[in-house]
Write a protein that binds this ligand. Structure first.
Ligand SMILES: Nc1ncnc2c1ncn2[C@@H]1O[C@H](COP(=O)(O)OP(=O)(O)OP(=O)(O)O)[C@@H](O)[C@H]1O
Ligand SMILES: [Mg+2]
Length: 465
C-alpha cells in the first residue's frame, strides 16, 4: 500500500519535472508523511506551485508540502483514505502527558506520527485560535481546558469561560475551577476583561510589596495565588460588540504573563477587523484549524496553507519563534468532560476565592451576573405566556425608551411640585380640573394624550400662579 503510494508520488512528480530521492516514511493517524530529497538545483517553489495538480493526479485532496526543519528533505503530507480519530482520555494516561512538568500544560493534539504535542500556556503566554465553522475549535478548547484541569487543583487554577453560543461551556458551570458561571452575555464579558485587568494590577502591587517579579517567585515563597485562564470561544462577537475590548486584550496580552493571567481566544472569523494588527502583535502563538481561504490563513499564520487542512481537528501551530507544526486535535467527548469535572462539582457560593486579590469584587460581579442570568432565563420561559396587566404596563414603559421615560418622570415631578405649591396658594380648583382632564385623556390613550394633558395641566397651573 505504502509502496504503491510512494511509487505513484515519484511518478507524478516526474510528470512535473521534479526528481529526487524518497527518504523516511511515517504513517500517521491522519496523513502519510513521505520525506523527499529534491535533486540539487530543483527549487522548492516549483513543487509548491504544482502541489494542487500533483494532488489531483494522485487522486487525493489537500496534500501539504513543507520543508523539514533542519534537514535537506521536504515532506509530502498525503491524507489517509480513512482519517483516525484520536481519543482524548488515553492521552491523559500517557507517560508524555503525565511527565510534562509545565506550569500550565495544554494538549494541542498529536503530531503527524501520533505523539502528543504538549505546550506550556504560561510560556506562550496567550493563544489565538482560528478556524472555520466545524473545524474543531470548540473541541480543541475543551481539550486545553481539560488538560489544565487534569494537572491543576482548583486552588491553583481558576477559569473564566466566555461562550456567546451559550452551549459550549455550560457543562463547566458549578465547578470549583470557575470564577463565575460561563459568560454568555457580551456586555458582561467586556466587564470581566476589565476585572481581569484590575486583578492583574492588584497582583503587581502585591508582588512589589513582597519583592518578587512574577507569580512563580511568589508561589515559591509559599504564598497562594491561582493562575487565571480566560477562554473566549467566539472573539468576533465580543470585539464587534464593543471595540474597547481590543484595548483590554492588548493590556492583558502585554502585561498579564507575570501575573499568571492567560488568554485563549478563538474565532471563526480570522478577518482583519477581528484579528487586528494590535491583537496579532500581542498574541504571537497561534493555532489555526482549517480556514476558508488563503487570506484567512495569512491573517492568522502569516502564511497560506491552513486552507488545505482536512478539518476535524487538523491544525497548524505557529509558535513564538516562527516554527510551524502540524497537529491533529484529540477528540473530546461529552463523557470525557463529565468524567473530568465530576469530582469538582459545587455550588457557586462554595467557590474559594482565596489568593484572588480582587476576590470580593469578583464575587459581587458574579452575584450580579447570576441574578441577571436568572432574570433572562425567567423572561425566556415566560416569553410564550399571555401578559398580565403589570407586565403590559412594564412592556409599554420599556418600549418608550430612556429619553421619553425621563421626560415623563420630569413632568410627573413638576406636576407634584405644582400640586403642592398649588395647594398652598389655594388654587386647588384649577389643578383639580386639569387633573380630571389628564385622567380622562389617560383613559382614551395611555401613551400620548395623558402625557399631553399632564404637560398642559402643569404648564397651565404654573402660568396661573
Ligand atoms: N479532533 C477531532 N477529531 C474528530 N472529530 C472532530 C475533532 N474536532 C472536531 N471534530 C468534529 O467536528 C465537529 C465540529 O467541531 P467543533 O464544534 O469543535 O467545531 P467549531 O470549530 O467549534 O465550529 P463552530 O465555529 O461552528 O463552533 C465535532 O462535532 C466533531 O464531530
Ligand atoms: Mg465552536
Amino acid at each position: 500500500m505504502i509502496e504503491n503510494l510512494t511509487a505513484k508520488l515519484t511518478e507524478t512528480l516526474s510528470h512535473f519535472g521534479i526528481y529526487g530521492t524518497i527518504g523516511e516514511i511515517f504513517e500517521g493517524p491522519l496523513i502519510t508523511d513521505i520525506q523527499f530529497q529534491l535533486n540539487t538545483g530543483t527549487k522548492f517553489s516549483t513543487v509548491e506551485k504544482s502541489i494542487k495538480d500533483i494532488a489531483r493526479e494522485i487522486g487525493v485532496s489537500g496534500i501539504r508540502v513543507a520543508p523539514v526543519v533542519n534537514s535537506t528533505y521536504i515532506s509530502f503530507e498525503i491524507p489517509q483514505p480513512q482519517a483516525q480519530t484520536i481519543p482524548f482520555a488515553p492521552i491523559l494516561q500517557s507517560g508524555e502527558f503525565r511527565n510534562a512538568d509545565y506550569a500550565l500544560p495544554i494538549l494541542i493534539g498529536v503530531n503527524m506520527h501520533g505523539k502528543p504535542i504538549m505546550k506550556d500556556l504560561s510560556k506562550m503566554p496567550h493563544l489565538l485560535v482560528a478556524g472555520t465553522t466545524g473545524s474543531g475549535k470548540s473541541v480543541g478548547l475543551n481539550s486545553f481546558i481539560l488538560s489544565l484541569i487534569n494537572k491543576k487543583r482548583p486552588d491553583e487554577l481558576k477559569l473564566i469561560l466566555v461562550d456567546p453560543k451559550r452551549i459550549e461551556f455550560s457543562m463547566y458551570n458549578n465547578q470549583r475551577y470557575m470564577l463565575c458561571p460561563a459568560v454568555t452575555d457580551m456586555s458582561m464579558a467586556a466587564r470581566w476583561l476589565e476585572k481581569l485587568c484590575d486583578e492583574m494590577n492588584a497582583r503587581y502591587a502585591v508582588f512589589e510589596k513582597n519583592m518578587v517579579r512574577n507569580i512563580g517567585e511568589y508561589l515559591a515563597k509559599g504564598n497562594k495565588m491561582p493562575y487565571i485562564v480566560c477562554v473566549i470561544d467566539e472573539f468576533a462577537d465580543l470585539i464587534l460588540f464593543d471595540k474597547n475590548v481590543e484595548k483590554q486584550v492588548q493590556i492583558l496580552a502585554q502585561k498579564s504573563r507575570a501575573a499568571g493571567i492567560h488568554l485563549v481566544i478563538a474565532t471563526q472569523r480570522p478577518s482583519v477587523d477581528v484579528i487586528t494588527g494590535v491583537i496579532k502583535a500581542n498574541l504571537p502563538t497561534r493555532l489555526s484549524y482549517k480556514v476558508s481561504s488563503p487570506v484567512d490563513s495569512m491573517t492568522i499564520l502569516n502564511t497560506d496553507g491552513a486552507e488545505d487542512l482536512l478539518g476535524r481537528g487538523d491544525s497548524l501551530l505557529l509558535e513564538e519563534n516562527g516554527t510551524l507544526t502540524r497537529a491533529l486535535g484529540a477528540y473530546v467527548s461529552n463523557d470525557d468532560i463529565m468524567n473530568q469535572l465530576l469530582p469538582y462539582r459545587c455550588e457557586m457560593k462554595d467557590i474559594d476565592y482565596s489568593g484572588i486579590i480582587t476576590g470580593t469584587q469578583i464575587q459581587e460581579q458574579t452575584a450580579e451576573y447570576i441574578a441577571q442570568q436568572e432574570k433572562a432565563k425567567e423572561d425566556a420561559l415566560n416569553a410564550g405566556k399571555p401578559m398580565g396587566f403589570t407586565a403590559k404596563v412594564k412592556a409599554w414603559w420599556n418600549k418608550l425608551g430612556k429619553p421619553m421615560q425621563r421626560r415623563i418622570i420630569n413632568i410627573g415631578i413638576a406636576f407634584v411640585m405644582a400640586l403642592i405649591s398649588g395647594k398652598k396658594s389655594a388654587k386647588k380648583g384649577t389643578l383639580q380640573t386639569a387633573t380630571d382632564a389628564a385622567v380622562k385623556s389617560a383613559k382614551r390613550s395611555v401613551k400620548t394624550q395623558a402625557k399631553n394633558a399632564i404637560t398642559k395641566a402643569v404648564l397651565d397651573s404654573l402660568n396661573k400662579k
